[in-house]
Write a protein that binds this ligand. Structure first.
Ligand SMILES: [Zn+2]
Length: 254
């Protein structure tokens, strides 16, 4: 039975009695939905053809991916560069990374870009989208997802709108943000990017927010103590960074 149908039924049932027994979204389901959304985005959003920009971003992304735990390190990650002014970047289950050229307004050098990609990829390795959608389904109301599915797909039309689709568009939670910050700063440090750049990146994001709200912040809610948390993670991150340098990891992407 398709998830969207279940959601609609559960949306009604949940209003009365809750919705026990709802099948959760699987990782495979989420990955195949990621694949579809990524492909669609490539078809509808202009791709950057600037060879220098593409190779720069690929270089940083590859250096980070090489440091991931398995099975993520040996996965073939697809990186796409979108020619778009929005300050935005994302990573999706299944190994997709999307960078908008607008990100350079906040990420001013390879270390800061490493902070962005480290953070994004950490959301994937910590399985945050899966966690998020399944938490919605089990705890916080099947109603909100059921209603959204009906709203997007049309209640009677039976249009396909799975929970996985919605799951990929949900903003991350604050706890997940903190986790991605910490895991991400370690990834970048392990790759030989200076972890102190993460603090500057977030300051830049805040600066840009005053000019025009970065899209990134709408899906990555910042907590007031984000920078403080990063500073607290710095000693460990710096020690990993020094170890990476000693091991000869010295990315020269820009
Ligand atoms: Zn985030």
């Amino acid at each position: 039975m398709r998830m969207n149908k279940l959601l609609k039924i559960c949306g009604v049932v949940a209003a009365l009695a809750g919705c026990a027994g709802l099948p959760l979204v699987s990782e495979t389901e989420l990955e195949s939905e990621s694949e579809a959304q990524f492909r669609q985005m490539r078809n509808t959003t202009p791709i950057s053809t600037d060879a220098k920009t593409r190779s720069y971003i690929n270089c940083v992304a590859q250096a980070i991916v090489d440091e991931l735990e398995e099975p993520y390190a040996s996965r073939l990650w697809e990186v796409e560069v979108f020619d778009n002014e929005a300050i935005n970047a994302f990573a999706m289950p299944g190994g997709k990374i999307g960078i908008f050229t607008g990100i350079f307004k906040a990420a001013e050098n390879q270390d800061q870009l490493g902070a962005v990609i480290g953070h994004e990829v950490a959301h994937v390795t910590q399985r945050h989208s899966l966690e998020r959608v399944n938490r919605e389904l089990t705890q916080q109301g099947v109603i909100s997802i059921g209603t959204a599915a009906a709203g997007i797909g049309g209640a009677a039309a039976g249009a396909v709108q799975t929970a996985a689709q919605i799951g990929l568009s949900l903003p991350y939670g604050r706890g997940q943000e903190s986790e991605a910050d910490i895991v991400g700063i370690y990834y970048m440090a392990d790759a030989g990017f200076d972890p102190r750049a993460s603090v500057q990146l977030w300051k830049n994001m805040e600066r840009e927010q005053d000019l025009a709200p970065p899209q990134w912040l709408s899906t990555h809610p910042s907590s007031d103590n984000r920078i403080q948390d990063l500073i607290e993670a710095l000693p460990e991150a710096l020690s990993r960074y020094n170890a990476a340098k000693a091991a000869g990891k010295d990315p020269r992407c820009d």
